[in-house]
Ligand binder design. Structure first.
Ligand code: BGC
Length: 720
């Protein structure tokens, strides 16, 4: 018996897809576009009928489930067997899950990962996550989240790479490669068997939610869309990201899950994206709530015609697309295109040849010692030292430490948001990490900071206060009206300060927090994000100087909530702000400047930048910028050299500064290195309102230094 062409692995994928499309009914086609969650026996008939193309694993592994008993692979195999052997065409399902920062070996939240400014570390972390997830039967992870955020009240700021499109773009590419294992700038024809498909989300502009309230409406100009919000998505697509998730919100009245210009014209046509678009959870059905669709049928037509290929969890595609095609409201060509995009990814993942997972694989790959070590390095590299009057690093010998504060012995808080596979009991807390590394004559007292504890604290050499937010205070649907510390924490620091012993504040958080007072009162402040399963160890590595902090802020820290939105790459205005002048864009009751600027972070050593030179490349619009970086302190350290550019005169006002290059530079005490940034058309152009690159000749300014306030700068000219 001859096998059908689509089952023949020797044939080119396009031929196999063509063959399969020719055999499918409209209902089966709509079924491929239908994703449903937490599949179980109740859904097996639908799977048999070919009505479900993808399963979304939303089950929590911590909600009363014993992890050992809940092996996804078994469940995946059970469902897959029905799809493959009992449905008419035997098309396998693709299983997706929120693999956001690590899987079981939980990594720091993405905002913390971004603070490493290290594509290498992020790629390595996502490789670990992909391998762990794939071993559990997961084929597809819903990350990276590439929403630029300028409002830290928005809870999902924790899930993204911060405020800068250039940094986020570089990290996006690394995150995608880590997941997918691709070394080419294209969607892999064949994914490695131990990797998963990435999903760039939430396309696009979700981070601009008004008032920082999740799901809220946005107003974003084309200029800002193309130059700021779309940029990291473009980088992810360029590096071969297989899928994209359309967002919940609307821009100027058009919900993103019905936004034809962005989904079709920009993403698919202009950028040539060949993977598929999945809606966010329920977003197609929510077109009714947005008030642009009358019912499910209407919503399905709008979303499909706009370019959403897969409907996450509303069933409206399944229920309506066949009729919409029969009625001529959605073309069969469009339906076929959506199906073909999904099948292409299923073929690339190898699902037709190897649909099943190995139920024993996860035991061998989860929580490997080398994975834990990599996450610990990543966590330590993500910490940002915001203040240090010399108290840090601590010496682990002969030291009496008093540890207090609400997060001193917390597990869940360290895991961060979106960790369905993290296990609280596998987290090392800060208290455990400090206790585990104290020298023989050192003491650790852990206490609530009450009157009784004052004596204890007074007789200590240092007080470490673990402050900040719990994990559940950031992430989806966890927005705050202010960025102040949770109630009572400032008062805690204030009362501690009266004891007159050195205070080290370790602040955990999923967003920039208002640390104005804490920074005044504490002797040292270390911002630790939500650092993941090995986060306590990572903090201790930094506190005791095994790791010299090298994290830098991927997002501005305002002085107060009232300054929001505050970001470094703003436009100049007609009244730029000279120091102490009146009548420029400013407040009368607050400084204009942030508490800590984008790119900021201290080290246990100091760095100096000098000898900045530029040299034009012959015959092309490109300039090289060289600078010497010196470690001027007395211990080895790593700095992140940052290169900022300004286009002085252009047809549209360009930002006062834009990051266009960065490099992690490790230097021994006293050592100097010369580093170079190349600025060519990619770095020097901006996008017009249609997303076309525009490079205008003229003068540019460039600065190189340790943060976005870098002062060492010069000018250069670009001629075309
Ligand atoms: C979130 C997405 C997530 C999806 C699937 C939605 O609520 O916005 O980021 O990937 O659920 O769980």
């Amino acid at each position: 018996m001859t096998i059908p062409a689509y089952k023949n692995p020797i044939l080119p994928v396009t031929e196999r897809i063509e063959d399969l499309l020719g055999r499918m009914t409209l209902e089966e086609k709509a079924g491929q576009l239908n994703q449903w969650f937490n599949l179980g026996p109740d859904h097996y008939d639908q799977v048999r009928r070919g009505e479900i193309g993808s399963g979304l694993m939303a089950n929590s592994s911590t909600a009363g489930n014993n992890r050992q008993e809940r092996v996804f692979a078994k469940l995946v195999n059970e469902i897959q067997k029905i799809a493959v052997t009992e449905s008419r065409l035997g098309i396998p399902l693709i299983f997706g899950r929120d693999v956001i920062h690590g899987y079981r070996t939980v990594a720091p939240i993405p905002l913390g990962m971004a603070a490493t400014w290290s594509p290498e570390l992020i790629q390595a972390a996502n490789t670990i996550a992909a391998k762990e997830a794939r071993a559990d039967g997961i084929h597809w992870g819903f990350s990276p989240m590439l929403d630029i955020a300028r409002d830290p009240r928005w809870g999902r700021v924790a899930e993204g790479f911060g405020e800068d499109p250039f940094l986020a773009g570089k990290l996006a590419a690394a995150a995608v490669r880590g997941f997918q294992g691709n070394d080419q700038d294209a969607i892999p024809q064949k994914f490695p068997a131990d990797r998963i498909v990435a999903c760039a989300k939430h396309f696009v502009g979700y981070g601009a939610a008004e008032g920082g309230r999740d799901y809220n409406t946005t107003e974003i100009t084309r200029q800002t869309l193309h130059n700021i919000y779309l940029a990291p998505f473009k980088a992810a697509i360029k590096s071969g990201c297989g899928t994209v998730m359309s967002a919940f919100h609307d821009i100027g009245g058009i919900p993103l899950s019905a936004h034809r210009y962005l989904l079709n014209d920009v993403l698919k046509e202009q950028w040539g994206f060949g993977g598929f678009v999945v809606s966010d959870w329920g977003a197609v059905g929510e077109l009714i709530n947005h008030g642009i669709a009358a019912d499910g049928n209407h919503a399905a037509g709008l979303a499909c015609n706009a370019g959403v290929d897969m409907d996450m969890c509303t069933m409206v595609y399944l229920q309506n697309l066949p009729d919409l095609v029969r009625a001529g409201k959605v073309s069969e060509a469009r339906l076929n295109d959506a199906v073909a995009r999904i099948l292409r990814i299923k073929f690339a993942v190898g699902l037709f040849e190897s649909p099943y997972a190995d139920p024993n694989a996860s035991q061998a790959i989860h929580l490997l010692p080398e994975s834990l070590a990599a996450m610990r390095r990543l966590a330590a590299s993500s910490m940002v030292l915001l203040k240090n009057n010399g108290i840090l690093p601590l010496c682990s010998d002969k030291l009496t430490i008093c540890l207090s504060g609400p997060l001193a012995d917390q597990r869940q808080a360290l895991l961060g948001c979106w960790t369905p596979d993290g296990q609280e009991e596998e987290v090392t807390t800060l208290k455990e990490a400090i206790a585990g590394r104290l020298g023989p004559e050192a003491w650790l007292h852990h206490c609530e900071l009450s009157d009784d504890a004052v004596k204890l604290a007074r007789s200590s050499d240092v007080l470490i206060l673990a402050l900040g937010e719990s994990a559940g205070r950031s992430g989806e649907d966890n927005c705050t009206a202010t960025i102040d510390l949770p109630a009572g924490q400032e008062a805690l620091v204030e009362s501690a300060r009266r004891m007159e012993i050195p205070i080290v504040a370790v602040v955990f958080g999923g967003r920039p927090l208002n640390l104005s007072r804490v920074t005044d009162w504490a002797d040292a402040v270390l911002f630790a994000w939500h650092p993941g399963i090995t986060g306590g160890l990572g903090v201790a590595d930094v506190l005791f100087g095994d790791v010299n902090p090298s994290g830098r802020l991927p997002i501005t820290f305002p002085r107060s909530s009232g300054q929001i939105p505050l970001y470094y790459n703003h436009r100049p205005t007609g009244r730029p702000a000279p120091a102490n002048s009146r009548r420029h864009s400013r407040y009368v009751d607050s400084l204009d400047s942030p508490l800590f600027p984008f790119g900021f972070g201290l080290s246990y050593t100091t760095f100096e930048y000098g000898n900045l030179r530029t040299a034009p490349a012959p015959q092309k619009p490109e300039i090289s910028v060289t600078v010497e970086v010196t470690n001027t302190g007395n211990r080895a350290g790593t700095t992140i050299a940052q290169c900022y550019v300004r286009d002085i005169v252009a047809s549209v006002a360009r930002p006062v500064r834009e990051l266009k290059g960065f490099e992690r530079v490790s230097l021994a005490a006293g050592e100097t290195k010369t580093i170079m940034f190349r600025l060519g058309p990619e770095e020097l152009s901006y996008q017009d309102d249609n997303g076309n690159d525009v490079l205008e000749p003229g003068r540019f300014q460039v600065w190189v230094g340790g943060d976005s306030n870098a002062e060492l700068g010069t000018e250069f000219e670009i001629t075309l």
